[in-house]
Write a protein that binds this ligand. Structure first.
Ligand SMILES: Cc1cc2nc3c(=O)[nH]c(=O)nc-3n(C[C@H](O)[C@H](O)[C@H](O)COP(=O)(O)O)c2cc1C
Length: 381
């Protein structure tokens, strides 16, 4: 895939700044914010950057490869796109834009249960390459329907989410009315009027909806009742009894996202799961928890022969990806970074963000004299 690259936005910080100017404040704060005092949001990125990498300058060098095998498939790079809810509110058609870019660049895109495109549409765009993230429904019947739809659309990987047993406490979302239940205040409407491009594109795309869940949502609910419906329908709290039937039903690879302790990873191994994404939801759930890079360094060496260990939360650059892999993750995922890209540049945003990260990551590999992604742990000081 040819890399389209916009030199006005050479890194994720530039995309973030542009996104802030281009979308309504409530949408930007939803994407950008963490929970409580946003301690863990900052800590995630800061502590990845404490990892030190060692270069070798006087070695023979045969060139590098970014190719990475994961669950029997060869991806073009060792990073993918984390699931984000309500993506189409941040930028219209964001899930479709990102799924297309991911497919064209041969990296994984994970669709959230509460995103704004449905399982089937994303399955088609990604030609059976997207992964599906399941929010845990209280009713087994709804759970089974969603799992069956993901299987019918040939998703190879199902991701179950463990780190939302309760909704995060996010002050900006409470003010903006984006807590559950959501609310459209006069203030939000004024913000929309200040972002005409976003408003026009949203008007053309139609209001964002929970498309995957639409068949199960009673018709004609106002926003308040929709919020109540979502609260009643989902319980994020997982336990072994809830995971076992999913393992029995899902024939593809099964991954749990949101674990951050050795005890939980051991349970995932015991339950026969194929992978874990060490994640703290990008600092949106528990403000005084560890950054993900910290437990990763204990979890990866202990469990790497038993389960595939991946990580997200706080990754913004190629060097961040390199430090994550050097710390033992086999694969890295990024959430906000890709959405900043789409919010800043629309259709071009997915491809451009992938190009930035690939360029930056390749440069680190060359600088270190590291020929394969699997060799990165040898460069951790
Ligand atoms: C606005 C927003 C919405 C999110 N929605 C979901 C979701 O629906 N499902 C999910 O598994 N994770 C969700 N996450 C967490 C991401 O998948 C991912 O773990 C996190 O963004 C990684 O951190 P980063 O943004 O620092 O890369 C969300 C994150 C953000 C920022």
């Amino acid at each position: 895939m040819e890399e389209k690259y916009n030199s006005n936005y050479p890194d994720i910080d530039y995309l973030r700044a542009k996104a802030k100017k281009r979308i309504p404040r409530f949408a930007f704060e939803y994407l950008d914010g963490g929970c409580n005092a946003e301690v863990n949001l900052r800590r995630n990125t800061e502590e990845i950057r404490e990892i030190l990498l060692k270069p070798y300058y006087l070695r023979d060098y045969q060139g590098i490869s970014l190719k990475t095998n994961l669950f029997g498939k060869e991806y073009a790079a060792p990073f993918g796109i984390s699931p984000i809810g309500l993506q189409g509110m941040i930028w219209p058609k964001a899930p479709e834009i990102l799924a297309k870019a991911a497919f064209e660049h041969n990296i994984p895109y994970i669709l959230s249960t509460v995103s704004t495109a449905d399982i089937e549409t994303i399955g088609e765009i990604s030609q059976g390459n997207a992964w599906f993230q399941l929010y845990h429904p209280k009713e087994a019947d709804l759970r089974d329907k969603l799992i069956q739809r993901a299987a019918d659309a040939e998703y190879p990987v199902l991701v179950i989410l463990s780190d939302v047993p309760t909704f995060g406490y996010r002050s900006k979302e409470i003010i903006n009315g984006l807590s559950i239940p959501p609310r459209m205040s006069l203030n939000n409407i004024l913000q929309i009027m200040g972002r005409p491009r976003w408003a026009m594109e949203t008007l053309m795309a139609g209001p964002p909806e929970f498309k995957t869940l639409k068949p199960y949502i009673p018709k004609g609910l106002n926003l308040k009742h929709l919020g109540m419906f979502m609260n009643q329908t989902f319980s994020g709290r997982l336990n072994e009894e809830r995971i076992k039937p999913i393992r029995d039903k899902w024939k593809g690879k099964l991954v749990i996202k949101g674990v951050a302790s050795e005890e939980d990873v051991q349970k995932a191994v015991d339950l026969g799961l194929d992978g874990v994404i060490v994640s703290n939801h990008g600092g949106r759930q528990l403000d005084h928890g560890e950054s993900t890079i910290k437990p990763l360094q204990e979890i990866a060496p202990k469990f790497k022969d038993q389960i595939t260990v991946m990580m997200d939360s706080g990754i913004r650059t190629g060097p961040d990806i390199a430090s994550t892999l050097a710390s033992g993750a086999e694969f890295a995922f990024l959430g906000r970074s890709f959405m900043y890209g789409v919010a800043a540049l629309g259709k071009e945003g997915g491809t451009h963000t992938i190009s930035i990260l690939k360029r930056q990551f390749r440069q680190v590999m060359e600088q270190l004299c590291c020929e394969t992604v699997a060799d990165l742990p040898k460069h951790k000081i």
